[in-house]
Structure formats: C-alpha cells, structure tokens
Ligand binder design. Sequence first.
Ligand SMILES: Cc1ncc(COP(=O)(O)O)c(C=O)c1O
Length: 397
Amino acid sequence: MPEIQLVRSLRSWGHTTPNVLARTVEERRTRGVDILDIVGAGAYENGLGVSRERLEALAASCALTSAAYHPDPRGMRSARQAVVDWYMRRGVACRAENVVLTPGTSMAYLYILRLLVEPGQEILVPSPGYPLFDDLCVFAGVRMRYYQMRQDGGRWSLDLDELAFQCTSGTRAVMLVSPHNPLGYVFSSKELETVTALCRERGMALVFDEVFSEFAATGRTSAGPEAFPPPLARPHGAPLSICLNGLSKMLALPGLKLGWMLVDGDREFVRPFLEALEYTSDLFLPVSEPAQAMLAPLLDDADCIASRSAEEIARRRALVKTMLDVPVVASEGGVYVCVPLPDGLDEDTVVLSALDRGVLLHPGHFYRLPGHIVFTCVAASPVLEDAMRRIRGLCRR
Ligand SMILES: Cc1ncc(COP(=O)(O)O)c(C=O)c1O
C-alpha cells in the first residue's frame, strides 16, 4: 500500500529524543518535586501587565466584535491606526497603510520567509540568538546562515564584517533583533546604517524584531506616559524593512496572539510586498477580531504599563546581579540574564546541579552561547531571590 509520509524536512518533528535537561525536569515533576523555573516564568503571572480587571473588562466589551464579521486582511483600520499612534508617541512617523496585524510575531516571520525567500535560498540570523528561528526556517524550507555577534572584553556587539562576509548571492534577508534576545544588546544607529547600506547593496530585506523595545534599560527616569523609552535606533534606508512588534512581550500577553508588521522602504518593493502580505493574510484571516478591537485601548495602557514593567525588570535584574555576585553579560534591554562561566566549568553540569537544587536554568548552547548559563529576570523578586541563593555558588569555581 502506498505510504503516507510527513514531508522529509519535518519527519523528525515530534520524534526527537528529549535532552537530558528536559528528561530530568520531567522526571522530577512526575515525582512531585517543586522546581523554580526561572527561564519559562510567565511575565503576566509575575505582575508585569495590565490588571486582571482591566483585561476582563476589555475582553467583555470587545467580545461582540466577532458577531458582525467584516474582516480586513491587514487588520481593522482603527487597530492599525492605534499602532501608528503608538509609534508616533515614540517619535516614529508611519502610516496605517504600512501596518499589517498578525497573530503574533512568530507568524509574521513565517509570512516573511514564505514571501521573500525561495526554498533553498537563505536568510541571515544572529548567533547567539533565539532558537525559534531555526525551526521556523526548517518549516518554511528556507536555509539559514548565522552571523556572529562579537564579544570583546565581556561586551557584545554586532560584527559587521562577519555579517557582510556571510552574505551570498542567495541571501534574501537579514534579521536583527534589538534588544537582542538573549544578550540584551541594542544596536546603534551607526550599526543599523551599515546594515541597511549592505541590504541596499546586495538587494536584501531587513527584518527588525523589536519585541523587547519597551524593555530597553537606558534612559527611563520614571513610570508614566511621559517616560517613553528613548527612541531606540531603528532601520532607515533599507530597500525593504519590516519591523516586528506586538503585545506578547510589551504587555506580557502572548496568549492574545496580537502582533504587527510595519513595512517601509522603496515604493517599488513595499507595494508588492504589502499586496502579497494582504493576500496571504486574507487566506487565513488569522487575527481574532475581539483581540484586534482590544489593541487600541491596550496600546494606550502600554504607555505606562510597559514602562512600569521595564522598571520592575530593571529592579529584578539588579537583584539577580547583587545576589549572584559574579559578572553577567551587560544587558541594555530585554528580560534575559546571561552568565559567563569560568573556564573549565561545564554549562550542562551547572544546569543539572542547579536542578538538583530545585532551579531550572538553560545552558547557553540552547542559544548558541556556549560557556554561559541563561535565564530571565521575569519571575517575582522573592522567587528570584530564592533561586539565586540556591545557585550562587555554582557559577564560580
Ligand atoms: C526575539 C523574539 N521574537 C519573537 C518572539 C515571538 O513572539 P510572539 O509571541 O509575538 O510570537 C519571541 C518569543 O519569545 C522572541 O523572543
């Protein structure tokens, strides 16, 4: 009988053997052992978002939006305008015509990969970096090349020569994540200028993931609408740039599945891309209408909620640094903490020892950051304090 088979590139999905960390965590949980998870801690449960009452009231008032269904594949005009207003308040001029709503940023990536990269062609992604991209590229049938971030005296930066070196004639797009995940690095205007010039020279799109934009560590003095983060450097001048953001990190609401793409660049590239994007989005009409209706009020809230969350993250980060009492990678934004381990200390051993003490961390190699351990400062302060107390001796020899 002819066989039904999964496509070759995805045949291993669901069959990979869980790594030793996942197996040990599973085994402990089955035995009912409590684990302080400081990598997967949810931001909302840890007090970093709008209040429950506000969320309930908004959900109730927006629920009926789904009753009259007149979908716009780019997203409701009022919701897209709310995105524009949100950018405007941060000093970024844009137009609703250039905004497309997506069910989260991960799906936006998939649209981009399908629309801009032929199977077998390439995109450039940062290394170290967030592991999500690897599987997204496999799923989209796109090849990935890594450009290395450079480490110099404990500080990380973008290695522009390396990035240029990695470009081939088949490279269709460069992905930048700023603040970078997990390093927390924020790209400078100068670096962005160089990358956009390279994109122009080589005919590549620039994908700019700013999901941690509200968690930039610098420049905030107080919470409140007057305390926007200083405008982070943003790409200008690429032939096609696609900026990604959404409510997942900003308001700690990944489950709302609401993100957006802001498309900019030369008219001759922007127009066909937006048209194809609209067509793609029309195939699925994937963004929930009630979620779209919640966007404008939530973005108004974001002005002060996100700045309060960023302050809280900064406090939790300071607590972690003090309690760990070893050097950590200097972070300019985002929620991750990366701790370099001294030579001879193996990250997997440290992570398993931490688990013996009831704390779940990640080894750096999950992010192509060998020689480090990685976690977030999202968990509430008492949890972080407890976790740091348990692991502090493990990160030094
Ligand atoms: C840098 C980065 N981009 C995108 C995403 C995915 O965001 P979303 O929840 O909007 O799909 C994540 C998730 O952690 C992320 O770290």
